[in-house]
Design a protein around this ligand. Structure first.
Ligand code: SDX
Length: 424
């Protein structure tokens, strides 16, 4: 085991070094404060590893993304979302019997308790579906309070199966249409799209092009190591909070426009540019102007300092799906023009700002008929198996401790209470 040396206040300390299976190096500071009295400071955790994990590997410099070692490009081309979910959660690709059993469970546990439908009556029709999803997921615990210690956790299946139903019901609520029950004869993606777009008054067959596009979108979003929302799930899970509460917290973290909310923000940005004479160069200039708080949403990434492999796949998917659907979406053209300018503009190149997963996903969702305010819900449905996998990995780690970072206090030093009548 190699080590790192630290000199602090004239003292020299030796810190162990951990090397991962892909050669990543981590200086282990688990005992730093006990040895030195000092802590580290890393705003935004850009240089801090919070855990060791076997689930997902990213190489930001080379644009590599693998789930349990399998490249995302192969999974997007050959796998189904249930297969990828099983791979992430249980650590291996399922064999035929395991996959059949898993898919059957994902299908037969899709319904939510009839009483939970009453929850939707309390939401305004303008309620953001992320607020509905996070509160309904937390509320699932009130119907399934028992926790399983070791072995197959039925709450994992329940959550994977019911989240798509809650998401589709949130959409139906927003458009004032009746809920469509899940069906036992449909695959995961078909079932969701059927619940989204079927109506009681006529038959609805899910177009294969939409099923295939959704399958790829869900796979591409399924995991991404210690991103903001996954770290949130791990932090909440580290207090031994139940699965539903931990995932509900992750949904809330994903909602922010700097994270999963970016796909909605990208679409709104492209519409703003379209409505402003499609003057995309004006907006590139705004993104570069430090006095302008406008950001090129869908660009940049904390880890990828090269292309985001998911964006590359989604750009191709967007072209293919819109062509198959006969859609000529001006927003796709604007997106491609923005990408072209950014890839050749010094400001973006110098800062390694490339399109990320959120840049093209919204174009696809929109082509599929999914409304903009549902985009981040779609991200959450994809990310669900990744969140669950990390929660499970943490809870099965005998050495796991409650996550409790330290800080460097910079506030007032000691001072006395001042009675009210003596204050300025
Ligand atoms: C996701 O972590 C993950 O893995 C997340 C994710 C996942 O799968 O879980 O990949 C999903 O969240 C993708 C990111 C979606 N968010 C956006 O598209 C929002 C727009 N992008 C940014 O706000 C930003 O790039 C972040 C949030 C993605 C990354 O932020 P960082 O790493 O903290 O970078 P930064 O804000 O410090 O920016 C560094 C520089 C700054 O300029 P300088 O101070 O050096 O002059 O780059 C600039 C920033 O101003 N910059 C941008 C920009 N992003 C960064 N300038 C214009 N437009 C942008 N989008």
């Amino acid at each position: 085991m190699s080590s790192a040396k630290l000199t602090l206040n004239g003292e020299e300390y030796e810190l162990p070094v951990v090397v991962g299976s892909e050669g990543e190096t981590g200086v282990d500071i688990t005992r730093l404060r006990g040895q030195t009295g000092a802590v580290t400071l890393d705003s935004g955790y850009g240089n801090t590893g919070s855990c060791k994990s076997n689930i997902c590997f990213i190489n930001g410099e080379k644009g590599i993304l693998r789930y349990r070692g399998i490249p995302i490009e192969q999974l997007a081309e050959h796998a189904t979302f249930p297969e990828v979910s099983y791979l992430l959660i249980y650590g291996k690709l399922p064999n035929a019997a395991e996959l059949s059993d898993f898919r059957e469970k994902l299908t037969y546990h899709s319904m939510i308790h009839e009483d939970m439908k009453k929850f939707f009556e309390g939401f305004s029709h303008t309620a953001h579906p992320m607020a509905i999803l996070s509160s309904m997921v937390a509320s699932l615990q009130t119907y399934y309070p028992e926790e399983v210690d070791g072995g197959e956790d039925p709450n994992i299946i329940r959550l994977m199966a019911k989240a798509k139903t809650i998401a589709a019901y949130a959409y139906k609520k927003s458009i004032g249409q009746p809920f469509i029950y899940p069906r036992n004869d449909l695959s995961y993606s078909e079932n969701f799209l059927h619940m989204m777009f079927a109506v009681p008054t006529e038959e609805y067959a899910v177009p294969e092009v939409l099923r295939q596009a959704l399958n790829v979108l869900l796979i591409l979003h399924a995991d991404h190591e210690q991103n903001c929302s996954t770290s949130t799930v791990r932090i909440v899970g580290s207090s031994q909070a139940n699965l539903y509460a931990s995932i509900s917290a992750g949904i809330c973290a994903l909602w922010g426009p700097l994270h999963g909310g970016a796909n909605q923000a990208v679409l709104e940005m492209l519409e703003q540019i379209r409505d402003d004479g499609a003057d995309y160069k004006k907006y590139v200039a705004k993104a570069k102007d430090k006095n302008d708080d406008f950001r090129m949403m869908g660009f940049g990434h904390r880890v990828y300092k090269n292309f985001d492999p998911r964006a590359t796949i989604l750009r191709k998917q967007a072209d293919e799906v819109l062509t198959k659907l006969g859609i000529n979406d001006p927003l796709l053209e604007i997106a491609k023009q923005l990408e072209e300018v950014a890839l050749n503009d010094e400001y973006f190149v110098q800062r390694n700002l490339y399109p990320n997963v959120d840049f093209y996903s919204g174009i696809l969702y929109r082509a599929m008929g999914i409304p903009t305010n549902m985009f981040t819900v779609m991200f959450a449905l994809g990310r669900l198996p990744g969140w669950i996998a990390h929660w499970k990995e943490l809870r099965e780690d005998p050495g796991a401790r409650i996550n409790r970072p330290r800080q460097i206090y910079t506030g007032p030093t000691e001072n006395d209470f001042v009675p009210l009548d003596q204050r300025d």
